[in-house]
Design a protein. Structure first.
Length: 155
């Protein structure tokens, strides 16, 4: 297991930008997730060795942040905010809608590996709640109709 040449270049840029290892850990884990899809124990070990940081420290950071996937996810990872603003504006009903539409529960992936569904803490879009993130894209002011349109474009 190794970073591709392109990711290695990005990693070196990260180290130039954040010469302190601890500061470079988050962007490096992000690069690792992009490269390998999720942060398996093997990926965490690889990052720990690469950065010369104890594996338990890397594991602790990887498991603290919900942006990091510890399990494989589908092509589209749908993360619905279930924090207070979004909850007050109907996030739970939207999650139920997504569960029904995708025929999966929260924490599951569709059998074709296309969609994974998660609930997460605040995405920072409280003024546009309810909000969700799909891979690197954010969607706000959601309704069931808006979700249906978004999903249709992803199929
Ligand atoms: S509470 Fe949902 S984006 Fe902040």
């Amino acid at each position: 297991m190794e970073f591709s040449e392109e990711t290695r270049k990005k990693f070196k840029q990260t180290l130039l930008r954040d010469p302190q290892k601890e500061a470079a850990l988050l962007p490096t884990l992000y690069l690792a997730q992009k490269e390998f899809g999720h942060l398996s124990p093997e990926v965490i070990q690889y990052v720990a060795e690469l950065m010369e940081i104890p594996p338990p420290r890397v594991y602790g950071v990887a498991t603290f942040y919900t942006i990091f996937n510890k399990e494989p996810v589908g092509k589209y990872h749908i993360q619905v905010c279930n924090n207070i603003s979004c909850s007050l504006r109907g996030a739970e009903q939207l999650v139920e809608h997504l569960k029904e539409k995708l025929k999966i529960k929260v924490g599951e992936t569709t059998p074709d590996n296309k969609f994974s569904l998660s609930t997460v803490e605040c995405l920072g879009f409280c003024d546009g709640s309810p909000a969700m993130q799909i891979n690197d894209d954010y969607h706000s002011d959601l309704t069931q109709g808006k979700i249906d349109k978004i999903l249709k474009k992803l199929k």
